[in-house]
Design a protein around this ligand. Structure first.
Ligand code: ZN
Length: 301
């Protein structure tokens, strides 16, 4: 099934920013999180029994897993069921799983609680550092006050780190070019090196860092291509003239005036940028998601 499609039909609220849906089934609150990378759904509810007899654990162990359920556990007051997101899966199948859990809960004396403090109080779907959870107001307040302050980013050092990283990217591009290839993967390597460099020297990656690393990667890919052109010019003329590599680099701009050369360079770069964009897309999206949720503890419903 497509991401969280149809959840409104079972009375749930969909929060697509956090990839989750939440609602109540037979008196029990559930939150369903869509996990895009492994293509799974994670179902959670938080319950406890006055006297823990192991009934919930047993129920989950013996339940009919069918074709969809990967695994199910009851631990620290939380029932978590991991579901394969197959084509045949629909919201009604997920509803059935939740109805069965709710029934098993009520039959075995499990009541809803906050899984963190164990209190039978109102709980809310929440985002805790990017993890979707069910928690009570006082636990959320406690987590917020206990949260260590986020490290400040050292911007100048981050930029230096990103530049150093991009030099590695340039080296890879030039090396592969010498072997006679323009490999798209080097565009991706360039971006990763620029991000890692920023993170290492800057302390962590922040929103500014994402943009800076992207800009540095784009510029440095062009620099790498110019160096390749310089190397070619040098190789071409060094047999006849005593020219240094830097002399060769200094005439690169006039060579670019030749439409044929310019065309070839633009072709190489276009190839590099397309691969950089395609290969880096999910990498950058993940970083951005982390940046957006880092240090954020909040109710989402
Ligand atoms: Zn609590």
């Amino acid at each position: 099934m497509k991401k969280l499609v149809g959840f409104e039909q079972i009375g749930f609220t969909v929060n697509s920013q956090y990839n989750c849906a939440y609602g109540t089934i037979d008196g029990y609150q559930f939150v369903v999180t869509f996990l895009p990378q492994p293509r799974q759904y994670s179902i959670m509810t938080t319950v406890k029994a006055d006297e823990e007899t192991g009934a919930m654990e047993q129920y989950l162990e013996n339940m009919d897993k069918g074709t969809f359920i990967n695994w199910a556990v009851y631990k620290d007051n939380a029932v978590v069921i991991n579901v394969k997101n197959q084509k045949a899966l629909d919201v009604w199948a997920l509803q059935k799983i939740m109805q069965d859990v709710a029934l098993a809960s009520s039959q075995n004396g499990y009541v809803q609680c906050c899984r963190h403090c164990g209190e039978e109080v109102a709980i809310y779907p929440s985002s805790i550092n990017g993890h979707i959870d069910l928690a009570c107001e006082s636990c959320l307040a406690r987590f917020t006050s206990q949260q260590p302050p986020i490290k400040d980013v050292n911007l100048p050092l981050g930029i230096v780190g990103s530049l150093i990283g991009s030099v590695i990217g340039i080296a890879v591009w030039v090396l592969i070019y010498q072997l006679g290839y323009v490999a798209g993967i080097t565009g991706f390597i360039m971006a990763v090196c620029a991000f890692k460099g920023y993170e290492l020297l800057g302390g962590r990656i922040d929103k500014k860092g994402v943009y800076i690393a992207i800009i540095i990667s784009i510029i440095m890919l062009a620099v790498a291509e110019m160096i390749c052109l310089g190397i070619e010019i040098h190789a071409l003329y060094s047999d006849y003239y005593a020219i240094s590599f830097f002399d060769a680099m200094s005439v690169v701009p006039s060579f670019l005036g030749e439409s044929e050369i310019m065309g070839a360079v633009l072709g190489d770069l276009g190839f590099g940028y397309v691969f950089m964009a395609v290969a880096s897309f999910s990498y950058i999206r993940n970083i951005q998601k982390r940046v957006n949720t880092e240090g954020v503890i909040e109710r989402i419903g």
